[in-house]
Write a protein that binds this ligand. Structure first.
Ligand code: FES
Length: 138
């Protein structure tokens, strides 16, 4: 069975802590993710997502604090604004919608984190391996 490689950008304050809780609570989730811890989801530039896909990821998951809970006040508001623009660019490059996802996970939502990872991984698995975006090699 195809095992997708998934890069997960997690903000350290909520989502990374939620992921940690999932681990310590022994919530089962797919081990396909490779976590990149960032200070805030607002730090995740579209170029990070493009680079991950270009360098072999089959899917990219972005997780941050719930709206209103960002530890930098409005970092995730920037994420909310940026995300649809990034998805539009990805669509124009032929990247399927289900390969990139934004989700909110608080520090107390270990089970929610596990569910998001499992569902996202399954969605990417159904799509199959990611083929490099046209015009982006080199
Ligand atoms: S600190 Fe978590 S999204 Fe900003």
């Amino acid at each position: 069975m195809f095992e997708p490689k998934i890069v997960a950008f997690l903000c350290t304050w909520c989502s990374y802590t939620g992921a940690d809780l999932a681990g310590t609570s022994r919530s089962k989730y797919a081990d396909n993710i490779r976590v990149i811890r960032v200070m805030c989801s607002g730090r995740i530039e579209p170029s990070f997502v493009f680079k991950a896909l270009k360098e072999g990821a089959d899917g990219v998951l972005i997780c941050g604090c719930h709206p209103g809970d960002c530890h930098y006040q409005n970092g995730n508001v920037k994420t909310i604004r940026r995300y649809p623009l990034m998805k539009k660019m990805l669509a124009e490059l032929g990247v399927e919608d289900a390969r990139v996802q934004l989700s909110w996970v608080s520090a107390s939502e270990g089970d929610r984190f596990a569910k998001i990872v499992n569902e996202f991984t399954e969605g990417v698995r159904k799509l199959g391996p990611f083929k490099i975006m046209a015009g982006t090699s080199g």
